[in-house]
Design a binder for this molecule. Structure first.
Ligand code: URA
Length: 476
């Protein structure tokens, strides 16, 4: 039987070194008695570890991280439980993934408790100034009573936070002392008399101000700030008083509520209203409403929104992606290079553009400035979604029998399906408004193709699709 005495300070490293040695020597868990400092009164007890040779064990990172927390738990069995688990891990490296394993469940719970305790320590330590007269560095002390041995693993947080002053966190367990830039740990001590802090009033005022009686949830509050911490927190003295008066204060707040919504609320309400699924205005008001659109940020950079063009009673509707540079400047859809190519192909297949309603899925030009040029940027799904509101209103205001979606953006807006369009080109899909949608390529895609053969083939497909659109409209 081996007996391992672990020191109170540096416990984690001592346990790790010992566990490695005993594991390498093949010592089973029931042959080791692990004593924590309570059983080993010597704070810095030197370890008489077994010096064994053996191949090093590769332990999963997740175990190391868990063990680094569990060693600080206050349960005296923690070292034995960790070693027992490590022993099993040798033969079953996947054990860390077995969430139903009772040993792992227990260790995970211990880990969680320690981390929670560390979190509380970060939040509830309250320093009071103890700078001696004439000292050139300010000095602070705090009294804290942690549930687990969390002073050592949490001290770095305070070092990072308060590196420009001297401080000490005094606890009955271990004390952390940060002095002239160096951190050390000392034995725990009894509660000292600490001076009243000038900042104390500040804490109380702050706490009273952030306390909202209308949101009071006593259970949640006590779980976040457990009662046992209250005695060392100046502001906590006011908690019972504030809880007692909460109902009356909440009622007073409700009674005093303004009858008109404040400015910010009005803006929120306007935004909520704009989230309705349909534009509800009169048909003749649609162009003006689109012109005033600020539903997404694209209106900020674009020159103007580009409205659809053509007879509202057209049976065929053609939808592109968004205005390009020319369209943004002229305010008309499909007048730039892509529009000219569209016109050319339409003429070839006998489609009279003047008889169709031509518009875009997104009404504002999205671009990135590059020198003096404005480089086209594809609209994102949220921008497409915001603008679908207008596209649907255009569809509702007209009487199309068929809609041609040119490119992925139009296809997504009209069908809600964002899948690549190459496999869908030429097919007629069911649109979100219930109308048939013929999927085809965007003319600017044809313009971008570098290779003459590919361009010819893609143009032929585009012609085929427009011909199919003419034919389908006649049949519908
Ligand atoms: N590309 C489009 O999708 N629409 C236009 O109006 C111009 C170019």
């Amino acid at each position: 039987m081996y007996r391992v005495q672990l020191p109170e300070i540096g416990t984690a490293a001592a346990w790790r070194d010992a566990a490695r040695q005993y594991l390498a020597a093949g010592v089973p868990p029931d042959q080791i008695l692990w004593d924590d400092h309570q059983a080993a009164p010597d704070l810095f007890a030197a370890q008489d570890y077994l010096h064994a040779q053996g191949s090093p064990l590769h332990v999963p990172k997740s175990f190391i991280s868990m063990a680094q927390a569990v060693v600080w738990h206050n349960n005296p069995e923690r070292f034995a439980r960790l070693y027992q688990f490590l022993w099993r891990l040798r033969h079953k490296p996947t054990l860390m993934q077995d969430r139903g394993d009772p040993d792992l469940v227990r260790l995970r719970l211990m880990e969680k408790n320690v981390r929670r305790c560390q979190h509380k320590m970060k939040a509830f330590v309250r320093f009071r100034e103890i700078t001696p007269t004439g000292a050139n560095r300010r000095s602070f002390a705090a009294w804290f009573e942690p549930t687990h041995h969390t002073v050592e693993p949490t001290a770095d947080f305070f070092v990072r936070r308060f590196s420009d002053m001297d401080w000490r966190i005094l606890t009955p367990d271990v004390c952390a002392v940060f002095d002239s830039g160096g951190l050390r740990f000392e034995a725990g001590q009894a509660k000292p008399e600490l001076p009243e802090d000038a900042n104390e009033q500040l804490w109380i005022t702050y706490f009273k101000n952030i306390f909202n009686p209308a949101r009071l949830k006593v259970k949640a509050m006590q779980s976040e700030m457990p009662k046992k911490y209250w005695k060392n927190m100046p502001e906590a003295a006011f908690i019972p008083e504030m809880i007692a008066g909460a109902t009356a204060r909440a009622q007073a707040m409700a009674d005093a509520a303004p009858t008109l919504p404040p400015l910010r609320m009005a803006r929120v309400q306007a935004q909520l209203a704009s989230c309705q699924s349909e534009w509800g205005g009169p048909q003749e008001g649609l162009p003006a409403a689109i012109s005033a659109c600020i539903r997404c940020p694209l209106h900020k950079e674009a020159t103007q929104p580009v409205l659809g063009e053509g007879p509202t009673d057209a049976s065929l509707m053609i939808v592109g992606e968004q205005p390009g540079d020319y369209e943004d400047l002229t305010g008309k859809p499909f007048v730039g290079p892509a529009g000219q190519l569209f016109d050319k192909v339409a003429r070839v297949v006998g489609l009279d553009r003047k008889q169709t309603y031509v518009t875009n899925a997104v009404k504002h030009f999205k671009f990135a400035p590059q020198g003096r040029r404005r480089i086209h940027q594809r609209p994102n799904p949220s921008e497409i979604e915001q603008c679908r509101w207008w596209l649907n209103a255009e569809i509702a205001a007209g009487s199309p029998k068929l809609i041609v979606a040119m490119g992925a953006t139009a296809a997504l807006s009209l069908t809600g399906n964002g899948r690549n369009i190459s496999a869908r080109q030429g097919s007629i899909e069911h649109g979100l408004t219930g109308l048939p949608v013929l999927i085809t390529a965007h003319p600017s895609y044809l313009l971008r193709l570098p290779n003459a053969r590919a361009k010819k083939a893609a143009t032929a497909l585009f012609q085929r699709d427009l011909k199919q659109a003419i034919f389908a409209v006649e049949q519908l």
